[in-house]
Design a protein around this ligand. Sequence first.
Ligand SMILES: [Zn+2]
Ligand SMILES: [Zn+2]
Length: 393
Amino acid sequence: MDLVPEVSAQLEELSAWRRHLHAHPETAFEEAATSAFVAEKLAGFGLEVHRGLGKTGVVGVLRGSAGGHEAAAVGLRADLDALHIHERTGVAHASRTHGKMHACGHDGHITMLLGAAGALARRRERLRGTVYFIFQPAEENEGGGRVMVEEGLFERFPMSAVYGMHNWPRMPLGKMAMRAGPLMAGYDVFEIVGKGKGAHAAMAYEGKDPMPFAAHVINALQTIVSRNLHPLDAGVVSVTQVHGGDTWNVIPEDVVLRGTVRAFKRDIQDLIEARMRGIVHGAAAMFDMTATVHYERRYPATVNAPEPTQRAAKAARAVVGDQNVDLNPTPNMGSEDFAFMLQKKPGCYVWLGTGKGADTAGLHNPHYDFNDDALGIGASYWVTLAEQELAAA
Ligand SMILES: [Zn+2]
Ligand SMILES: [Zn+2]
């Protein structure tokens, strides 16, 4: 492990910041105290601080003093938000806010990027160009990354590439992984409403029961991936909610099904949506009912560009060593709104191993707590990446 000395010197402080953030989680677009914490630290390092992009977003600007190309600039991004989960870790720094928790490790992401900002500010005499530290709100579900892009992130802060990182507890501490092409899947949500006709449950022939419709649709949706997708294309269709009926002896008027779709390619998302509509309307016709499908695209796939991926790998190797960098990890069907930034700028999103053994709790688990031993590794990666990127510009 080759940590940047300016990072090594502040490991205890970084851990204290991370635990403070963990104890005070805030969810999508309400990250006011988190955002203020970030802004105060950045200002303390002597950075120019811009607030309010994406409501609670913060951008710190560090201009190097080693000369170099006037326009050379790179963006490094972290996410600010927590989740609606009731924490069960039992740690001393557990959430003080009932029902909210940093269960995705964004507390660690904020801390590592702050650590990098502090270290790079102290090394600014060797920095050739500008580093933008992007702290975005609302990664979970609400697409704060998209909002920052729409509000002019890349126009206000022109950069040649943008980089992201997520802690990965399934991968051991000290390992990093990235690949050119898709790493995280696209994310869609759907709501299906089947409308029948209510009746006494003992006189079903007087109604149009939406329950058999729901049962058929749930089963038939599973044939999209198994029967309509090319076997080498990936897709997931999950029905996660079924709502209908209130009591034993009443056939309800309608039933609502909700769920999510994941895929790596836009045309696969299109195919799944089209097949879903066909199945739902076909089933409605079969049971003499009507049905509606509301299908919504949330996040595109997170797709890394080839050259930035090579540069990310080079920086990762410099920190964790050649043998600990995996350039061909299996992509994950989870999703990430950094995808919106990668749609506008070339860049690379990497996974940082934070696993502490077989029983490490996974992301979004109420027992999850970011592994502070990874703070120095992640911050050193950021510092190394920024310096290498600008030196090559
Ligand atoms: Zn998450
Ligand atoms: Zn996350």
